[in-house]
Write a protein that binds this ligand. Structure first.
Ligand code: ATP
Ligand code: MG
Length: 449
């Protein structure tokens, strides 16, 4: 597909000044309007009919040029949110840091963004209160509207700054994004350090796209990443949690994990794991790698994955370590595990705010690691009916795959599930210890006075 771009078009100029786009006309690239969802085309059409500029932009244009299926379609326009909203029946304005309009169709949701400017405005200038920065340069509010070229320059990567007009099938490339797609290069728009300070999540996006697309990170983009990794601390815990889901559940979780680790970013996402991962052969490291491997496989075969399982795996080595310390102090295994689980989760929440709907199943999966061992008699049947049994059983298999010796626990449960009713009973009964015959206590010999 990409070959077609280079056949028709030679990239011999890298745009220095954003403002004069390269326009690639119909027939000189591999896109056609039919590749854009009907709803996204409709949104562009309606906006253009009302005299506004409108383009399909971002990830969908990038993915289509690469022959990939876009996740969703985003539209960029010079219409303001308040002008967009009345044009569509089921639409609403969302966001504060970054106002956008969601237009809901029966099959999909189209995000419509107004062109924004990347220019820093002083508080005294008009509009200055619409773009706010912290001392570290991070943007906390970003609602200064601008022209299409302003909008291109505030996007994260050159390959994400391509604008496609389905009405005449042309692509507007403001920053050499087509050339970077051709060369499979990730390049931050503008000065990388400044752009990463403005929004440290951009470092995570660079890593995500490197793993997902198999692109190389341009040296200038890569250079400041290690040094600025610590800026991720400024990202709010709910936003960082959302970003981790995109990282871990992309289908390229393992590759993403290693890149994050190499750039010093992973230790900011799960700080408690920190040094445990430096030794690739440590139990913790093997478990984390195996968890990502299994998640990637599940995603590729269209099986369900839940953040609860991934986070349960990431935090398990820590829970296990802490629980054994509590056990050494004389606490029961169940009490020690429960106390450790609570403490490890409580330390993770301020970094990535894992919602309760995930922490609850995580704790159940962990608890069941103990109870699945006590499976004699009637217990096995009850456990197999537990709503979290399947996840807990998968977790046992995961631990064994990562090299933990659980005395054949996984195999036992696999055989149990495959067995018929009668065999199940035999299996469970074989585990029940014959009750120790009550030994008569020897009468105490009365102490001699
Ligand atoms: P995908 O949806 O496949 O994960 P995407 O590039 O479409 O990738 P979105 O999060 O949907 O990612 O964002 C849409 C577009 O908005 C991007 O292509 C990019 O141009 C811009 N964008 C998103 N996040 C940022 C950011 N943190 N800084 C600057 N621009 C961004
Ligand atoms: Mg997108």
């Amino acid at each position: 597909m990409l070959k077609r771009i280079s056949n028709f078009f030679t990239f011999n100029q890298r745009q220095k000044n954003i403002g004069e786009p390269i326009v690639v006309q119909s027939g000189r690239h591999s896109l056609s309007p039919k590749m854009i969802s009907r709803d996204a085309r409709k949104v562009v059409e309606v906006l253009q009919e009302h005299g506004f500029e409108a383009y399909v932009v971002g990830g969908s244009v990038r993915d289509l040029l690469l022959g990939l299926k876009p996740k969703d379609f985003d539209v960029a326009t010079n219409a303001k949110p308040s002008e967009i909203k009345p044009l569509f029946r089921r639409s609403r304005i969302i966001g504060r840091r970054f106002q956008i309009v969601h237009v809901q169709f029966s099959r999909e949701l189209i995000e419509v963004t107004t062109f924004r400017s990347n220019e820093t405005l002083g508080k005294d200038k008009p509009g200055g209160n619409r773009r706010q920065q912290t001392d570290s340069g991070m943007l906390t509010r970003d609602n200064v509207f601008g022209s299409i070229d302003d909008d291109a320059s505030r996007r994260d990567l050159t390959i994400n700054a391509l604008y496609y007009d389905p009405s005449d099938n042309s692509i507007y490339d403001f920053a050499g994004g087509l050339e970077d797609i051709e060369n499979r290069t990730l390049r931050i728009m503008g000065d990388p350090a400044t752009r990463f300070r403005e929004d440290p999540v951009r470092m995570l996006r660079v890593v995500r796209f490197a793993a997902k697309l198999g692109f190389t990170i341009d040296p200038a983009t890569e250079k400041p990443m290690h040094k600025l990794a610590g800026d991720l601390e400024h990202i709010s815990a709910p936003r960082l949690f959302d970003e981790t889901l995109k990282l871990f559940m992309s289908g390229q979780g393992l590759a993403t994990f290693w890149l994050l680790h190499d750039y010093g970013l992973f230790e900011l996402i799960v700080p408690q794991l920190g040094k445990l991962l430096n030794n690739r052969n440590s139990q913790a490291s093997k478990l984390v790698q195996q968890a990502f491997t299994n998640t990637d496989l599940r995603i590729r075969s269209d099986k369900r994955v839940t953040p609860a399982f991934i986070y349960a795996a990431l935090l398990w080595p820590l829970v296990q370590n802490l629980a054994s310390r509590y056990q050494e102090r004389g606490n029961s295994p169940a009490y020690a595990l429960n106390k450790a689980a609570g403490e490890i989760i409580a330390k993770q929440i301020p970094v990535t705010a894992i919602p309760r709907r995930f922490t609850m199943p995580m704790r159940e999966i962990w608890d069941l690691q103990l109870t699945l061992q006590k499976r004699g008699g009637q217990r096995a049947k009850r456990l197999a009916e537990h709503p979290r049994f399947r996840a807990a059983y998968d977790f046992v298999l995961l631990r064994e795959q990562a090299g933990e010796d659980l005395n054949g626990l996984g195999d036992w449960w696999t055989a149990y599930q495959e067995a018929d009713e009668e065999k199940r009973e035999l299996m469970a009964n074989a585990l029940t210890q014959p009750k120790n015959k009550r030994r008569r206590r020897k009468p105490r010999t009365p102490k001699a006075d």
